[in-house]
Ligand binder design. Structure first.
Ligand SMILES: Cc1ncc(COP(=O)(O)O)c(C=O)c1O
Length: 358
């Protein structure tokens, strides 16, 4: 059996959901569980997130998985439907659509009566400068007036491009959002992802849409999860499967990129890029044994890494934390030149999965 395991801490997930409630007490919470709950496993995460007001997903298939598990909360398709046919699933499973282009409006209007009768809201997306999805000003104002005249309940929505840091576009995005909101009043509103929940308490409005913070990773480059008072949900752990003594001048791994400067003890750990652990690092990388950080040596193989265990109390079977509470996924990501989101989402199915009971 593969000696690599993904542990999901349900209590940590609930703790982080409660942090959202503390930070945004008056807003409803749309927990983002797309991409298999950011790689954590949607089934177990939903159980821990069951007190969310709603869920956010990227496609109909992800929404149907939630319905099949028996959850009845509203589900928002954050990119809307991709074809007229998908409107059948929307109506059959009570899914709420984002609309961000004319064809989606046409498909929605064809099913106006059923959609409204189901009590479904339509999320109208503003492109305020990210230039990914959405209607621009002034078109969006006409779209919303039209939808309201047709009897739809609308939620004005947008997504920040730089909520994680200072950028001139932030003010533009906020100004445009408020302009549309004022011109379409009364209207429900939602613009905050995790970073914006922290950064813009005055913009929480009716719905917040936390993603990464639920999973206990940071949306910010400059703040780690401890300063944000979040708890890491995922631990990626693997066992020591071999121990080697090497002398000064000996090399480790493919390409012999690591050369020992003195005699040392190294451990081989059963994790590699075949499990989703990154292969290339732009900075030195570490793992945790207990609370102690120790370096990864040489190249990451498909199934194994080598680590320095000189002077550490390590034996065959010792558990090594690749990321989790002691070696934060965000720090591994930084060393890898990426963000925690990517490492969490791109784990392979190979490691075993275990979830702590609620
Ligand atoms: C529309 C939308 N809202 C909310 C989120 C959640 O963002 P985060 O994970 O940064 O909280 C995302 C994530 O990609 C998104 O696309």
């Amino acid at each position: 059996m593969r000696q690599a395991t993904v542990y999901i801490d349900s209590q940590a997930l609930q703790y982080n959901l409660n942090r959202v409630k503390q930070l945004a007490p008056t807003a409803k919470i749309v927990s983002m569980v797309k991409a298999n709950a950011y790689g954590h496993g949607v089934k177990d995460c939903l159980a821990a997130l069951k007190y969310s007001d709603a869920f956010g997903v990227a496609c109909v298939e992800e929404a149907l998985e939630i319905r099949e598990l028996g959850y009845t909360q509203p589900i928002t398709l954050i990119e809307g439907v991709f074809s007229a046919d998908e409107m059948q699933s929307v109506l059959a499973h009570k899914l709420e659509c984002v609309v961000h282009h004319q064809a989606q409006l046409d498909w929605l209007l064809q099913h106006k009566a059923d959609y409204i009768a189901q009590g479904l809201k339509v999320w109208v997306k503003l492109n305020s400068g990210m230039n990914r999805l959405g209607f621009k000003i002034p078109e969006i104002i006409d779209v919303i007036h039209m939808l309201k005249a047709e009897g739809f309940t609308c939620v004005l929505t947008m997504h920040f491009a730089n909520a994680d840091g200072d950028h001139a576009l932030n003010d533009q995005q906020v100004a445009q959002f408020l302009h549309v909101k004022d011109n379409c009043s009364p209207i429900l509103a939602s613009c905050c992802n995790s970073a914006a929940i922290y950064r813009y308490p005055e913009l929480h409005f009716d719905y917040v849409r936390p993603g990464i913070m639920l999973y206990g990773a940071t949306p910010f480059a400059a703040h780690n999860v401890h300063t944000l008072d979040l708890k890491p949900v995922m631990t990626l752990s693997a066992e020591v499967i071999a121990l080697n003594e090497i002398d000064a001048g000996e090399h480790v791994g493919y390409g012999s990129t690591f050369t020992a400067e003195q005699a040392m003890q190294i451990a081989i750990v059963s994790i590699g890029y075949g499990d989703g652990y990154p292969r290339t690092f732009v900075q030195p990388n570490f793992v945790a044994i207990g609370t102690k950080l120790t370096p990864v040596l040489g190249r990451v193989s498909m199934d194994m890494i080598a680590i320095d265990v000189t002077g550490l109390d390590v034996e065959l079977g010792t558990q090594v934390e690749l990321w989790g509470k002691h070696r934060l996924v965000d720090d591994v990501a930084t060393a890898n030149g990426t963000i925690g989101y990517e490492l969490l989402c791109r784990l392979s199915p190979r490691p075993q999965r275990k979830t702590t009971a609620l």
